[in-house]
Design a protein around this ligand. Structure first.
Ligand code: ZN
Length: 267
């Protein structure tokens, strides 16, 4: 792929063709044009190559809507690469009862749609919000076996009510993920930058440092063989964050930020 210099092509959620983005930014369009074709009228028309053609992206929307009713199943233990971990958890919720699993799935759906519009193949670890699991090790293997170029785990946190903001969780080398530690760190920086540019959610003031946190206790990060981060988009237990997290407009902004981060990462 060929993109204009970093930051020049702000890949708006609505911009589906790189040629359109290039035209807006004033960058050259030659590299965006894969070739020509002849329309029904016989006139030659320009065919723009989609910016993520040939790219596979993994999305793991954390938890699942049915987990609350099947606690014994999701409490079974799975090996996360370093230790035994619960198969899955229920996730948190806002004080008003909006479940994290639903938030994660909404953002994942918006992101999936944008990625497909940009030409990517998308692999999801779950395709509904009324099921159970899958277990966290299975979520990792679904994305690993897809040979995705990049992946994101989407979550929201249940922190102290006074705390606000997002944190990007990064893998720690443990064997299986050794080859993707550096690119995952780069992806984390891209996610942080895009979140700050495209949303009003601040960096966390209660968790991690400067928006980042290394985590060695999560299957999704321990077992990944593709560049991956987990984002806690905000704190569902904080009133200001909860207002944002439950807003479809904000959920779309987060999806747009993640799309931008993915495009930047792959550049
Ligand atoms: Zn979660």
């Amino acid at each position: 792929m060929s993109f204009c210099r970093r930051g020049a092509t702000r890949f708006a959620v609505a911009a589906t063709f790189i040629a359109a983005a290039a035209a807006v930014s004033g960058c050259g369009t030659a590299s965006a044009v894969a070739g020509g074709a002849y329309g029904a009228s016989g006139h030659r028309v320009t065919v723009a190559r989609l910016p993520l053609s040939g790219i596979t992206v993994g999305i793991d929307p954390g938890h699942n809507g049915g987990n609350f009713t099947h606690t014994s199943a999701i409490n079974s233990k799975v090996w996360n690469g370093r230790a035994w971990e619960n198969c899955d958890t229920t996730g948190t919720a806002t004080d008003a009862g909006y479940p994290e699993a639903q938030f994660n799935f909404q953002v994942a759906g918006y992101l999936r749609a944008e990625l497909i519009r940009a030409g990517a193949r998308v692999v999801m670890t779950r395709t509904s919000n009324n099921g159970i699991g899958p277990c966290v090790n299975r979520r990792a293997s679904i994305i690993d076996s897809s040979h995705a170029s990049v992946a994101v785990d989407i979550h929201a946190d249940g922190g102290p009510s006074w705390g606000r903001g997002f944190t990007v969780l990064k893998p720690v080398a443990d064997g299986p993920n050794d080859a993707v530690i550096a690119p995952s760190s780069s992806l984390a920086a891209d996610v942080k930058a895009a979140m700050l540019a495209d949303t009003a959610m601040p960096v966390s003031d209660y968790y991690g440092k400067a928006g980042f946190k290394n985590r060695a206790d999560l299957a999704g990060l321990n077992l990944t063989t593709v560049p991956k981060v987990l984002i806690e988009v905000g704190n569902m237990r904080n009133a200001a964050d909860a207002r944002m997290l439950t807003s479809p407009a904000f959920q779309r902004q987060v999806a747009g930020a993640l799309l931008q981060a993915i495009v930047t990462f792959l550049r």
